[in-house]
Write a protein that binds this ligand. Sequence first.
Ligand code: SF4
Length: 426
Amino acid sequence: MDTLTTAGSIPEGHRLLNGRSRADDLRSKVLGKPLLFIQFSDKLLTKDRRFRKYYEAAYRKVQGYHLPEHFMEIPYWIPVISGVLPADLERSLLIVENIDSAIETINLKFRDHVIFISVLDANEEFVRRLIVHTGNHFILGGYTKKEWYENNGRCIYLSRIAELPDIFPSSNPDRPPEYSLFDGLECLPRLTLSTGCAFQCRFCTDIPLTVRETSEEAISSSVSAMRKLKFRYIYLDDKSFGQAKNVESLSWIGREVRSYNAEFDGFVVQSPPALALKGGNLERWRELGVRIIESGIELVDDDFLRTMNKAYRETHLPEFAAKVRRNGFLLVPNIIIGFPGSDYTKTIAFVQDNLDIIPWVNINYFSVHNNNVRGALALTARNNLDGDQNIANKSWSTEKSFADGEAAIEKLYELTRTIVFAGSAA
Ligand code: SF4
């Protein structure tokens, strides 16, 4: 953090305060005020519409998958934060498609509101414009640098949700997500059975190494909180489903959801091939109601998988695909594009050979995160874009590696977008 001496040059009203005195200062100013959650629309943030168009086509293949107009899925941070904050405060949601209109709307309609934003590299420029052109107080969180915000007396940048009670004393970080701002929305709600992941993939982001199970009470409250949403599947956001011991909870969770949602079809999980193949995991998961498996296939190439310490090898794939097929799952491969020297031939062949079980693929660009506990790669992030899995051009990209990656995406999209899908998750 900067020193207080630096603050001497900052205009009045923009004084630097340390985290604690900032919270003390804000507490009285936000007391009893209504809350405004701001989410930036994909239409504003994503210039490359190719990905969205792809999912619009691909999601039609599986009943129950929805692409809301402004985001890929409910921005989960909003129900999470809304759940923690005092229940008696009025809540509103503003989706920002145009930054000038948003500034006007805030100044006309939401002048008294306390504004919450999740700050990302992709929206940071817009966040700063909102702060500069409005007079509201802002509660921010995210993975960007905090300094700019710490120089503004109307902002606080929190590192953890557990800090919210410093500003809103009657908030409670143990409360479940609260979805009232999304009532009636067709979506794929998220549920967390556990946090953390014990695998050691070198490219992984900042995820704790220790797997911690969510308490039954918290899971049950989260399940009840979803009752006004419209959904067929629940997305379990456990990083590697099958690591935590509470997978058996799916049986009572399924019963509880069906008690209020007759359309419920089952769960979507994320798990790497080696874990899914372990023992009778896939068979048991099917009995428990899992229907769709997202799996980090990444790049089908043992050299890459070894370098990345990924929990599977090429030899696992035929058995994995066969068991997925036999048990009636759908498989969504997560694929990494852009690691130097990647050859995508075997990855494309794997998808092509299994189009009856693969409705679509998820593409991420290879990115690195400095100080990542699982890191130790030969590459380091030289700028924000190097750490962004949605950005193709990295400091280590060459013309050839970029062109190879884009050609691979085109091929994978062409295969999964145009083939009439024969599978079913039912
Ligand atoms: S990328 Fe690897 S380490 Fe990270 S969450 Fe997934 S399986 Fe775990």
